[in-house]
Design a protein around this ligand. Structure first.
Ligand SMILES: [Mg+2]
Length: 213
């Protein structure tokens, strides 16, 4: 993270801080395919994983510990399953000459090497921070005191709210690749803008940068 902070410290360009799972890379579709390969299914009964994963053979619900184990196992082989979200790279590439782009993913850092390989395979050559810490304080450090316009994009409301608290001037965009679970998501709340897709997110980012140029 320190090298990313040092590079940003030299920059006066606008900043895009972007989540990965369900934002840049599909997570739920590939995770469902992975679960099917081990005879489990994720049922879209509500906006959560735990409690909605059941064994196909007998419909028995996976425990919280089992769900965590499935996610851990999936992250270890993510490069075999995950695909880019539609238009994510085209839209981000459209900003790369005029803005700094940093990925901020709530993934255990031990999976960083395989994730970096996955991102590079799909030509997302932007720096990445993998952390299990709250995203707000990290976003605030990335933005710093430089006074640049900043945007934070995530599918999970608690992450958006964390950044809302710690980086109050930042544009907050709620974006989620999976249509089924997006329809189940709670309202993201005050000051969070919902984007339909990456094209919509791109338009929101451009407007924010223009208004704060
Ligand atoms: Mg996510």
């Amino acid at each position: 993270m320190n090298d990313i902070l040092a590079a940003l410290g030299q920059s006066c360009r606008p900043l895009i801080i972007c989540d990965i799972d369900e934002v840049v890379m599909e997570f739920l579709d590939p995770f469902q395919a992975y679960l099917a390969s081990i005879e489990y299914r994720l049922h879209p009964d509500s906006f959560k994983l735990t409690g909605n994963i059941r064994r196909i053979a007998d419909n028995v619900c996976a425990t919280k510990e089992e769900c965590a184990k499935f996610q851990e196992a999936f992250f270890a082989v993510q490069d075999q399953w995950q695909k880019p979200a539609r238009n994510a790279r085209i839209v981000l590439d459209g900003f790369k000459d005029d803005a700094d782009i940093v990925f901020l993913t709530a993934m255990p850092p031990r999976h960083e090497i395989v994730r970096r390989a996955l991102l590079d395979l799909h030509e997302f050559h932007f720096p990445m921070i993998a952390t299990e810490d709250a995203k707000g304080p990290v976003a605030a450090r990335l933005i710093g005191e430089r006074g640049v316009p900043a945007v934070f994009i995530d599918d999970i409301h608690t992450n958006l709210h964390s950044v809302r608290t710690h980086a109050p001037g930042c544009l907050l965009i709620n974006l989620m690749a999976n249509d089924v679970f997006r329809a189940l998501a709670p309202d993201p709340g005050e000051r969070v803008v919902k984007a339909r897709d990456w094209d919509h997110a791109g338009a929101l980012i451009r407007a924010h940068f223009k208004a704060h140029a």
